[in-house]
Structures are given as structure tokens and as C-alpha cells.
Design a protein around this ligand. Structure first.
Ligand code: GLN
Length: 492
């Protein structure tokens, strides 16, 4: 038995029957990180001391039989945009390279209360801007299936860490595909929950009206367990939803017979890699075999999804990133300037800090956002995009009158080569074509491995109604009972 390969449920069984301890499990994962991560480079910070302390605490809880949850003693990794008290939280940006938060995100607290063990913070595209993890200011992460390829972005570090068994589960963040695209590229399961299902307090904001924290796991059943712990309203985030949290494990194992699966015709278009389309079509056939009704549906405004997503992103991101100015968080050019308190020099501090601290992609988006929000262009771009956003949301509402979930690809291709798109931001944006519309609409979407094309993993997404993660888990779990794509491991 290899401890680093275990799912959450397998590890939990061994822990509560005292066949292994959390300290043993955590040490096995830390050893695996030392052996394998120099190749994959998924971690920005490894928290070994904290992990072993949390593991000892978990073992104590298990020994006393007190307060045991399905995540007690289970090692996990977390995307480096989620605040961890006393642990560096960088967003993979130079501007936050040495930033140590004084407080935990709600999600960090919930996982700690459940007894989960944080082994490290994972690499990402700077501030979540990117689809390949190459926009990290520190180093790119590799895809464990082929080290010359990208893991997808922006939660690429978390996806690679889960796929390479460098943690038992991971926590990512999805503003426009950042959980789902790397999950698909790395052959793991990932959920972008309904907007507001998981509190954002302590998540360093990219786009406040899109951002969602979500689980990245070995399979759907594990995903349900993690969502159970992190979901639910919190007073620190007024956009977090009050709705009751169902028992997600209840939907696992239920038959999908008679459930209606929609195929949005706008998502199956020319330009998709043949092997990707073949894998999704085969998944649809399996769902039909499982007794689901298949319907073609239309999401007529799909072609506006990507422009709407990027316009709103530029606008909100430029506003959110205004707080990084050298006077509050992280890097400050203050030291290098002759009379830092001179009022005329405060502008120099802003300019120099932001010049030195932000990478090219971040600067590009801030400039585009400032442009779209400026007087004269606001109505033409930002306001228009918000109106079309409503149309995108209505497309989904109409489709869900006829079906219980939709199936779609994640990306037109499998993982591309490192460096292939870095010189061409527009082609990088285009790889988000299938994932970008769900965030403006706020609906949940679950990525599941569904095959391989040219030896690289293919993922599909199941898109659900607002707050209907259960149905996605039900369908995804049924699929994973009759397929074993999710069990394939990279050749590391
Ligand atoms: N590819 C998306 C972007 O570059 C990913 C954003 C995200 O989900 N954090 O904006």
C-alpha cells in the first residue's frame, strides 16, 4: 500500500481503524513531495512543521475519539491565493512574495477545524490570470503526465499536486475555469461550486463577482466530502448564500435513470481536437447507457461568453488590484525613495511598487480594465458586458427547464506545450472558451476525467442548476462507477 495514493475515504478508513496515523500519512506525502516535486514544481511553500503539528493534533483527536470528521488527519494543498495566518500567501506574484497574512480565510479555518492537514501552498498564474500556470512570477509548474506540457491554469499547482499524489486533496479557486481546466489537463476531479456557496472571505480577490473556491480531488466522492466542509454562509462574506447545505454524500450511489442531460450545441463546434470530441461523445453514450435522457439544447449567447467574461474581469480586477500600492500589503518601493513622506513622492511609491511588483499579464489586464471603466467607454464596454451577462444567465435558466445538467468539453485541446502560448495572450484567452461563461452565470460545474487524446488526459464538465451540486455529484459518481479514467496515474 502506498500512502500517498490513497483517496480521502481510503485514508479515513485506515486512520479511524488506527492502521495508520496521520503523522505517518503526512510524512509519506512530505517525502513524496521531496522526491517528486522538484520535477513537477507544484508547491510555492511547503508547510512541513505546521503539517506535522496538525497531524499530531489529528491523531490525538482520533485517539480520544473526539470530533472526528471525514477530513481529520488528511493532508491537503491549497492554492496560494487563499489566506493562511502566519504562512506566506503570494498569489505567485512578486508584489506579495513576502506577504504573511494575519488572519485565515474562512475556508482555511473550516478545514483546520475539520482536522485537515495543510502540507503546502501551490503555484498559480499570478493573481489567477492565466490558463497554463506559466504566469507565475516564480516558476512554471509542469503537467505530471508530460513534464514538457502545462498543467493548465490558473490552479495548475494544485491540480499537478493532486495528480502526482503530492497531497490527498487540494483546494483551488475558479474565476473563469481555473479549477476545471487544470483538473481536466491533469486527470483529476474538480468542482467550481455555485457562486456564493463557499465564502470568499480571505480569498485574495481577482473578480469578486466570479470567484469561487472549490475542491480538487481524486474522484467525485472525495469532492463531495470536501464541499461538505467548506460550503455554507459566513457573516464575513455578504455574498455567501444562506441556503441550507444538503448532505452531499446522499446523492452518491443514486441511479441516474431518467435524469435529463443536455448537450449545448454551441459547445460542439469546429476547432475541437478530434480526440477530445471523441472522449466527450463516448461519455455521452455511457450516460445514455446508464439510463439518462439525452437532449440537444441551445445556449444562444455562448459566443459572447468569452468577451463578456474578459471585459468584466479586466474591470473588476483593475479595481481589486488597486490595493497593492506599496503602502499596505507586501512589496513596497518606499525604502528606495529619498524622501518617502514627501507628498509628491507617494505617487512614485505607487508607480515603482506596481512597476516592479506586477508581471506583464497583470499589467496588461489592469490597463485594459482602467480603459473599459473610463468615462466615455464605461457604457460601451462594461455596462454592455453586464447586460449580456444577464442574457448568458438566462440561457442557462432556459436550458435547465428542459434538463437536469449539461455536458460540455473543458478545453478544445488537451494540455499544450510549455511556452506554446506565452507569446500570444489572445490564444491563451481563447483556451477558456468553454469554461468562461459559467462564472458570469454563477452556475456550478464539475470536471471529470473522461479519456485520453494523444496520451494526454481529457476532461468533461457537467454544468448544473444554481445550488444543485448534488445532481452533478450523482451523475459524476455514477459515471466513475462504470469507468476508470479517474484511476489512471501519471507515469512519474
Ligand atoms: N484563464 C482564466 C483567466 O485567465 C482563469 C481565471 C481564473 O479562473 N482564476 O482569466
Amino acid at each position: 500500500m502506498q500512502l500517498h495514493n490513497l483517496s480521502i475515504r481510503e485514508a479515513h478508513q485506515l486512520l479511524i481503524t488506527k492502521k495508520i496515523s496521520s503523522v505517518e500519512l503526512t510524512q509519506a506525502i512530505l517525502q513524496r513531495i521531496r522526491d517528486v516535486d522538484p520535477k513537477v514544481k507544484s508547491y510555492v511553500t511547503i508547510t512541513d512543521d505546521l503539517a506535522l503539528e496538525q497531524a499530531r493534533g489529528a491523531d490525538e483527536r482520533i485517539r480520544k475519539g473526539e470530533n472526528i470528521t471525514p477530513l481529520t488527519g488528511i493532508p491537503f494543498s491549497m492554492k496560494d491565493c487563499i489566506s493562511t495566518r502566519d504562512v506566506r500567501t503570494t498569489c505567485s506574484s512578486k508584489i506579495l512574495e513576502n506577504y504573511i497574512p494575519q488572519y485565515n480565510a474562512i475556508v482555511t479555518n473550516r478545514l483546520a477545524d475539520a482536522g485537515a492537514v495543510l502540507v503546502g501552498k501551490t503555484n498559480m498564474d499570478e493573481f489567477g490570470m492565466g490558463s497554463s500556470c506559466e504566469n507565475s512570477a516564480f516558476f512554471p509548474t509542469s503537467n505530471p503526465w508530460d513534464l514538457t506540457r502545462v498543467p493548465g491554469g490558473s490552479s495548475g499547482g494544485t491540480a499537478a499536486a493532486v495528480a502526482a499524489n503530492l497531497c490527498t486533496f487540494g483546494i483551488g479557486e475558479d474565476t473563469g475555469g481555473s479549477v476545471r481546466m487544470p483538473a481536466g489537463f491533469c486527470n483529476i476531479t474538480g468542482l467550481k461550486p455555485t457562486y456564493g456557496r463557499v465564502p470568499r472571505y480571505g480569498l485574495i480577490a481577482l473578480v469578486s463577482s466570479f470567484d469561487c473556491i472549490g475542491p480538487m480531488t481524486r474522484d467525485v466522492a472525495d469532492c463531495a466530502q470536501v464541499l461538505q466542509v467548506i460550503a455554507g454562509q459566513d457573516a464575513h462574506d455578504s455574498t455567501s448564500l444562506l441556503d441550507a447545505i444538503p448532505d452531499y454524500s446522499e446523492s452518491l450511489g443514486k441511479s441516474v435513470k431518467g435524469l435529463r442531460l443536455g448537450i449545448p450545441k454551441e459547445y460542439f463546434i469546429a476547432g475541437m481536437e478530434a480526440g477530445v470530441e471523441r472522449a466527450i461523445r463516448e461519455a455521452i453514450r455511457i450516460f445514455e447507457e446508464l439510463g439518462m435522457e439525452i437532449h440537444e439544447v441551445s445556449l444562444p449567447h455562448t459566443k459572447y461568453g468569452l468577451p463578456v467574461y474578459y471585459l468584466i474581469l479586466f474591470a473588476e480586477a483593475s479595481a481589486n488590484l488597486a490595493r497593492f500600492d506599496g503602502t499596505r500589503f507586501g512589496l513596497s518601493a518606499n525604502d528606495g525613495i529619498a524622501s518617502p513622506l514627501g507628498i509628491e513622492n507617494i505617487v512614485d511609491i505607487y508607480l515603482k511598487t506596481r512597476h516592479d511588483g506586477f508581471g506583464d499579464e497583470v499589467k496588461r489586464r489592469i490597463m485594459l480594465g482602467a480603459y473599459t471603466l473610463s468615462a466615455g467607454y464605461y457604457d460601451a464596454y462594461y455596462l454592455k458586458a453586464q447586460k449580456v451577462r444577464t442574457l448568458l444567465r438566462r440561457d442557462f435558466e432556459t436550458a435547465f427547464e428542459k434538463c437536469d445538467a449539461l455536458i460540455a468539453p473543458i478545453c478544445p485541446t488537451t494540455a499544450f506545450k510549455l511556452g506554446e502560448k506565452t507569446g500570444d495572450p489572445l490564444s491563451m484567452y481563447l483556451s477558456d472558451i468553454y469554461v468562461a461563461a459559467t462564472n458570469p452565470a454563477g452556475v456550478p460545474s464539475l470536471t471529470i476525467p473522461c479519456g485520453f487524446s494523444n496520451d494526454m488526459p481529457v476532461g468533461m464538465q457537467l454544468i448544473g442548476k444554481h445550488l444543485d451540486e448534488q445532481t452533478l455529484f450523482q451523475i459524476g459518481h455514477a459515471y466513475q462507477q462504470v469507468t476508470d479514467w479517474h484511476k489512471q496515474l501519471p507515469p512519474l
